[in-house]
Design a protein around this ligand. Structure first.
Ligand SMILES: Cc1cc2nc3c(=O)[nH]c(=O)nc-3n(C[C@H](O)[C@H](O)[C@H](O)COP(=O)(O)OP(=O)(O)OC[C@H]3O[C@@H](n4cnc5c(N)ncnc54)[C@H](O)[C@@H]3O)c2cc1C
Ligand SMILES: *[C@@H]1O[C@H](CO)[C@@H](O)[C@H](O)[C@H]1NC(C)=O
Ligand SMILES: *[C@@H]1O[C@H](CO)[C@@H](O)[C@H](O)[C@H]1NC(C)=O
Length: 550
């Protein structure tokens, strides 16, 4: 691969995913991190359905599912004092039955440390590396490149400074982002100074806690939670923890004593605390996601209350959105203005996410410690929109909203009307497709992170010829086109080489249910799994192409 043209500062989930996405697109990257290894601690420990879909398209899903647990636990709240009698039991999330179009409807749990390890392994498989002990100090932005000042700590502790030139710089450098600060982006919002949360991972070394449950003790204005982690480890969160711990984190023993005092339970035998940390819930976001050749993704661009679990999940989605666009621009196949859409597409989504998580946070905080056991049912209700499957970019200037049905209601988190694909929304899956050699496939196998997928439903040889002609206006290697034929029809198309037969009918049901007899529906799916256009004539392909490739 050529000289890296993109520098990614920060190898947390956002940086790793961006690295993977660029490598899959054949763009060389240099990925650095100030730490000497991935950080310990389960931190953001869940993966939302929308993220699972993105991982499916990226190719990293099998490894993730092998190591993750389904998040089908229930919450148990205990009576106080005493701390052993269950007074309320609630599901963590309402189970949602998968459908052919939506195979991943339920979140899974995976500690962030393990999660990063898996992503790192995948990056390495693709030929990438993470350069640890390397800090981005500052950068200079020039019209046609960026110069980054890097400081590398050698194994003997001495430092080497380097001034390196890149075409693009992306700050995936977390909430204290140097990149964001140097770009001068605003980071508006609030920090709940008074609300202090102690978090950590601690072992429970006897069988005193059932691992099928998340356990809650909720005295007035406090809340102690233990959730099962990997092995004998439990993930702890403690809101309303003692004031003096704000200055100095407690030791493992101090925490355990406090735990016993607050819950009244002494039957839980704790082992080592492998990780203790704290934070104040903070809800902030940038006013734009980049300037010129420099961008921010993930926590560098937004932070929020962990309630509802959107942190890591939103960070990953930033990178999924930016990755393919940056790849097209970096390889000279699209104009730099395409990158403006990264900011304009993500801003409304993140703004809505902040509203959602803030109101969840306030609702939970207001109800949790009041002893209003009845109110807990609503206060702890999760799922639905938080799965992010409805998250859309339908107002975007680079999606082609061409049909008369486009007047959908609702905001950036609202799903499309069922049974209809719409530009700006997630492209549904469809299993049961059969190729000419009788191999089976589903659409999520067909979608790829590096090319647009053009799905053609119906149409005759003449119409297909026009499709092929229109696609010739797109740059080389930017699309993968296939004809989806109806069940039982061979769909021999002389011009569209690839044909998949929709043997179970899911593709037609999900994509072309309202197509008129003898008509044609063309659905263009972006490399991030978002529908870019739904058109009925080949000419729409050219118009969409202009939006992306100029
Ligand atoms: C202590 C802590 C506890 C958390 N707890 C929870 C929780 O309980 N629940 C929840 O949902 N979410 C939690 N989160 C949030 C979740 O971890 C983040 O949303 C997620 O990690 C965001 O990913 P990211 O890649 O954007 O940033 P990060 O994971 O923060 O990654 C940023 C990376 O950039 C590196 N870096 C920083 N500056 C530089 C530089 N100048 N040069 C080079 N590298 C640099 C850092 O070392 C780091 O590896 C927690 C976060 C932290 C820090
Ligand atoms: C991602 O979503 C899951 C599932 O809801 C949640 O449990 C988890 O905490 C989220 N992760 C982060 C870091 O927000
Ligand atoms: C766990 O250990 C504690 C403290 O040693 C003890 O009181 C309790 O009975 C044990 N519980 C089980 C289930 O072994």
């Amino acid at each position: 691969m050529s000289q890296p043209s993109v520098l990614i500062a920060g190898a947390g989930p956002a940086g790793l995913i961006l690295g993977i996405s660029l490598l899959k697109n054949g763009v060389a990257v240099r990925l650095i991190d100030r730490e000497s290894k991935h950080r310990v601690g389960s931190r953001g420990a869940g993966i939302q359905p929308r993220t699972l879909e993105s991982y499916d398209i990226l190719g990293v899903l099998p490894e993730i599912l092998k190591r993750a647990d389904p998040e089908l636990c229930r919450r148990r709240m205990y009576e106080l004092p005493g701390g052993t009698k269950v007074i309320k039991e609630l599901p963590v999330v309402e189970y949602v039955e998968p459908t052919p179009g939506m195979p991943h409807t339920n979140p899974v749990t995976l500690g962030q440390d393990l999660h990063e390890e898996i992503l790192h392994g995948y990056l390495v498989e693709l030929g990438g590396t993470v350069e640890f002990d390397t800090v981005l100090g500052s950068f200079d932005q020039l019209p046609d490149h960026v110069v980054a000042q890097l400081v590398k700590t050698r194994p003997d502790g001495t430092e080497a400074t380097e001034s390196a030139k890149f075409d693009w710089l992306v700050g995936a450098d977390g909430v204290h982002s140097v990149v964001r600060k140097q770009l001068g982006l605003s980071f508006v919002g609030e920090t709940k100074e008074e609300d202090y949360v102690l978090v950590g991972d601690i072992d429970v070394v006897n069988e005193s806690l059932d691992r099928k449950f998340w356990h809650y003790w909720i005295p007035p204005s406090q809340m102690l939670i233990l959730r099962p982690g990997a092995g004998t480890s439990w993930r702890m969160a403690f809101t309303g923890a003692p004031e003096h711990w704000k200055k100095t984190l407690p030791t493992r023993d101090e925490f355990v004593e406090k735990f016993y005092a607050v819950t009244g339970r002494r039957d839980i035998k704790f082992g080592a605390a492998t990780w203790l940390s704290s934070f104040r819930p903070s809800m902030r976001m940038v006013d734009k996601f980049g300037v010129g050749r420099v961008f921010v993704v993930g926590d560098a661009a937004h932070c929020h209350s962990p309630t509802g679990g959107q942190g890591l999940n939103s960070s990953v989605q930033d990178s999924i959105n930016l990755g393919w666009k940056l790849a097209l621009v970096a390889t000279g196949r699209a104009p730099a203005t395409l990158l403006d859409s990264y900011s304009t597409e993500r801003l409304p989504i993140i703004a809505e996410m902040l509203k959602l998580t803030t109101s969840l946070y306030e609702q939970t905080a207001a109800t949790a410690g009041t002893g209003d056991v009845g109110g807990w049912t609503t206060a702890f209700k999760r799922g639905g929109a938080l799965g992010m499957l409805g998250v859309n970019t339908r107002g975007s200037t680079i999606v082609l909203v061409d049909d008369e049905h486009a007047a959908a209601e609702g905001g950036a988190y609202a799903a499309a009307a069922p049974g209809r694909v719409q530009a700006g929304y997630r492209a549904p899956d469809a299993p049961g497709l059969v190729g000419e050699d009788e191999t089976t496939a589903r659409l999520f196998d067909v979608f790829g992170p590096a090319e647009h997928t053009v799905l053609v439903f119906g149409g005759d040889a003449l119409a297909h010829g026009a499709v092929k002609h229109a696609l010739a206006c797109w740059p080389q290697g930017t699309e993968h086109t296939m004809l989806i034929s109806r069940a039982g029809e061979k769909g021999e198309s002389t011009v569209l080489r690839e044909v998949l037969e929709d043997r179970e009918g899911h593709a037609y049901a999900g994509y072309a249910s309202d197509m008129t007899e003898g008509g044609m529906t063309i659905v263009i799916v972006r490399p991030d799994g978002v529908v870019g256009a739904v058109v009925s004539q080949a000419e729409g392909i050219e118009r969409y192409g202009k939006l992306i490739f100029g």
